[in-house]
Design a protein around this ligand. Structure first.
Ligand SMILES: NC(=O)c1ccc[n+]([C@@H]2O[C@H](COP(=O)([O-])OP(=O)(O)OC[C@H]3O[C@@H](n4cnc5c(N)ncnc54)[C@H](O)[C@@H]3O)[C@@H](O)[C@H]2O)c1
Length: 333
């Protein structure tokens, strides 16, 4: 299969590309704007694979998208601004990429007659105290991030209803695993723990998340691309829920860091308390997660421990300034 993978230089996209090349022999073109979160280093081990190409452009650039989509059977769109804290501080890029960018991609896919898969998030449903969201649950997003992702989902669905585009939506729960930018909870805590830096926990740390290993989510996306019904949405949730403070404690245990590194900080405005996805619909298609949280977390800690060359340039670059703005203190060396 020939795929155009947008946002393929980021965390989930690069894991997806690696999996498609290794397990399916796909020819992949990655189109990525290389924002702070996108890095060509994430694709270093697939750069020389047959049929691989990289295009440095934004999905909102209609000409670049028209060139990149030539010959593609399907488009998978990961391209997004993904950090909720950044969407609160500066929402502009979220609107450009999610609204305008998704529109440009949909137009190109329609023109080409390509299948289209939009990668989305459980955050579009908002917070849920008990039970789990199904694909029929109302969209009640809380942040500029999740609201603009929800808007993109609605636009994608409209292209199926109006133009018959073979579009699909995959809503994932919280991903973790290798190549995740260290602003997100798990890599943030792992790297700070390995450096003896304080571990900043929002509010009381009682937020609950449904964790999915990135390899399982990538496999779920591939499965929906192959077997999903056009026009449908599929929730792809992980096998385990965990309370944030427990995740931090497990990381402390796995890294051997002292418990007194935990530092409670002011909560994120509008912070959702619990996310939970029911994934029966995608399970009925024949997908199920393979990695339990305990095993996946241990492997993730090992990966960060073993891949200093990957994270050292990030921790010594612009990320330091972001961290200072966000937490009002500097990172140690
Ligand atoms: N990380 C999670 O826990 C999670 C969970 C569910 C769904 N998702 C969704 O999965 C997708 C990928 O998330 P991620 O965690 O890998 O994000 P990421 O921030 O690691 O990567 C995003 C990638 O998109 C690229 N990008 C940003 N704006 C672009 C634009 N305008 N044009 C082209 N490329 C652009 C970036 O350079 C980067 O490579 C997103 O759509 C996100 O909403 C993420």
């Amino acid at each position: 299969m020939k795929l155009l993978v947008c946002g393929g230089a980021g965390f989930i996209g690069s894991n997806f590309v690696r999996q498609r090349i290794a397990e399916h022999g796909d020819a992949v073109t990655v189109l990525d704007k290389l924002t702070y979160a996108g890095r060509e280093e994430n694709l270093a081990d697939v750069r020389d694979a047959p049929g691989f190409a990289f295009v440095h452009a934004g999905i909102e650039d209609a000409d670049a998208v028209a060139d990149a989509i030539a010959g593609a059977d399907a488009v998978v769109n990961f391209a997004a601004e993904t950090h909720v804290d950044r969407s609160i501080a500066a929402p502009d890029a979220f609107i450009t990429t999610h609204a305008l960018g998704t529109f440009m991609l949909l137009e190109a896919a329609r023109e080409r007659g390509a299948r289209y898969l939009q990668v989305s998030t459980d955050e579009v449903y908002g917070s849920i105290e008990r039970g789990s969201f199904t694909e029929e649950s109302p969209l009640l997003p809380s942040s500029p991030y999740s609201a603009s992702k929800a808007g993109a989902d609605l636009l994608v669905a409209s292209y199926h209803h109006t133009y018959g585009l073979e579009s699909l939506i995959c809503r994932g729960s919280n991903n973790y695993g290798p190549y995740q930018y260290p602003e997100k909870l798990i890599p943030l805590m792992i790297l700070n723990a390995l450096h003896g830096d304080p571990l900043p926990v929002y509010g009381d740390g009682g937020q609950v998340r449904n964790w999915i290993h990135v390899e399982d989510f990538a496999r779920g996306i591939g499965h929906v691309l192959a077997h999903g019904a056009p026009g449908e949405t599929y929730n792809v949730g992980g096998p385990d829920e965990a309370v944030n403070i427990d995740v931090v404690r497990r990381i402390i245990a796995l890294t051997g860091a002292p418990e007194d590194l935990i530092e409670y900080v002011a909560d994120r405005p509008g912070h959702d308390r619990r996310y939970s996805l029911g994934s029966e619909k995608v399970r009925a298609l024949g997908w199920e997660p393979r990695v339990r949280f305990d095993e996946g977390l241990e492997r993730t800690v090992e990966w960060y421990r073993d891949n200093r060359d990957w994270w050292a340039p990030i921790r010594s670059g612009d990320y330091r300034a972001y961290y200072e703005r966000q937490y009002g203190r500097s990172l140690g060396r």
